[in-house]
Ligand binder design. Structure first.
Ligand code: T4K
Length: 382
């Protein structure tokens, strides 16, 4: 940071990956070099599966090359077809995974206070062709898992959670990943826990894990037997090695993120027209994003004006999730994609700005960001 109200001398992005000390990674690289084992269920892959299960408190995990392939395979693994109820308020990969499986997405609106699929609106969207619900724990904020499960049970639907923002999140001590039939994680460079690119599917029984493992490896079950038309979605040894190292630092990193979120909340709380997600009771969060809602009428400036203003100081927030998935050309012709069907998602998508949050972001920079957001418009944060 240069000076208090000056331009930051390096770009500050919405996120930045945490990387462990290079010499620690080099130790792993040496082992990979010596063994010449680069992928296909190698030593580090096997170690990481065990270590992540332990850390997350889940029974079975299958590691993937990225979260998108994991989503595609999760749907395939449960033989999901026809129509699937999902949220428009997510990263495009959520709905693209349906499209890649030839499944029709049916968009349902979200709740204003959680940004997640609204359970009150799910039932009216169910048709005889509906086979599953694909909710997203957006920004790592847990969905109403009990109500969603109740609906799924009464209509005989599967539930696959897109849990890509939700590393290590628990509710009343229970890992959020243990709800639903499957949960999908992303370990992309922009995520709380990263393996460069990467992802995983959490399953609850051995047979399902085996099916998923076969699907991610071309359908092979042994050297000569291919039981299904699988794909290549395997995580390699370099990714797994970084994953093992990241686990050493993850608690510390989540704590740093929490402190940043607390400073943002404290500094921005008295400003009319600005709101943010509050932590729900009994939830352990991972603070993957800090979404700020900017009400143009009350705040006096629009979300886009604040976004542009921050850019002048080399600070690059992101408008996750604008545009809504339902507004992209592939999906906007669907009846459920109409803005009248999705008023809450439309409103939040126009108001949200995700401001920087990552472990190495200094608290001085967090305060600086708050000052740009507030002081420029004549509103004191002190
Ligand atoms: N479901 C959900 C709910 C998701 O959020 C995602 C991914 C997926 C599924 C799919 O999982 P993956 O297949 O990706 O594992 C980013 C990420 O590419 C994407 O992984 C993520 N969600 C999405 C929310 O954000 P972009 O296009 O906004 O990323 P990009 O490259 O503009 O990066 C954002 C900022 O992060 C950059 O301005 C700078 C910083 N950055 C980025 C990279 C890649 C770094 O500092 N280092 C880096 O290596 O999509």
């Amino acid at each position: 940071m240069k000076d208090f109200m000056g331009k930051s001398d390096k770009s500050i992005y919405v996120t930045q990956p945490f990387l462990p000390p290079l010499d620690e990674f080099q130790e792993y690289l040496k082992q990979i070099w010596d063994s010449k084992w680069l992928t296909n269920n190698g030593k580090f892959h096997q170690e990481l599966e065990k270590a992540i299960c332990k850390y997350l408190g889940v029974k079975y995990i299958s590691l993937f090359a990225n979260g998108t392939l994991a989503l595609i395979v999760a749907l395939k693994g449960l033989h999901i077809t026809g129509e699937v109820i999902t949220t428009p308020y997510s990263f495009v990969a959520t709905t693209h995974a349906l499209w890649w499986n030839g499944i029709k997405p049916v968009f349902v609106d979200i709740e204003p206070n959680t940004f997640n699929l609204d359970p009150d609106k799910i039932e009216v969207a169910i048709t005889p062709r509906t086979t599953a619900i694909l909710p997203v724990h957006v920004y790592g904020n847990p969905c109403d898992v009990d109500r969603i499960q109740k609906i799924a049970d009464s209509y005989g639907l599967k539930v696959i959670y897109d849990a890509c923002h939700t590393f290590g999140v628990t509710m009343k001590g229970i890992p959020i990943l243990n709800y639903g039939d499957l949960s999908v994680l992303s370990f992309h460079a922009t995520k709380v826990y990263t393996t460069f690119e990467g992802g995983a599917i959490v399953s609850h029984d051995e047979a399902t894990k085996k099916r998923i493992d076969n699907l991610k490896n071309f359908g092979f079950v042994d050297e000569t037997t291919v039981v299904t038309a699988g794909i290549n979605a395997k995580m390699n040894e370099f990714q797994a090695a970084l994953g093992l190292l990241q686990l050493k630092y993850i608690d510390k990193n989540i704590k740093k993120r929490r402190i940043i979120a607390e400073v943002y909340r404290e500094k921005l709380k008295r400003i009319e027209g600005l709101t943010y997600l509050e932590d729900m009771p009994a939830v352990r969060y991972c603070y993957s994003y800090f979404p700020l809602l900017i009400d143009k009428e009350k705040f006096g400036k629009s979300r886009d004006e604040v976004y542009e203003e921050l850019k002048k100081y080399n600070i690059y927030g992101r408008r996750y999730f604008y545009p809504l998935i339902s507004q992209f050309p592939t999906y906007r012709g669907l009846p459920s994609a109409s803005p009248e069907n999705l008023p809450v998602a439309e409103k939040l998508s126009a108001e949200v700005l995700c401001i920087p949050i990552y472990p190495d972001l200094s608290l001085a920079m967090v305060e600086f960001i708050c000052r740009i957001i507030s002081n420029r418009y004549g509103k004191s944060i002190d």
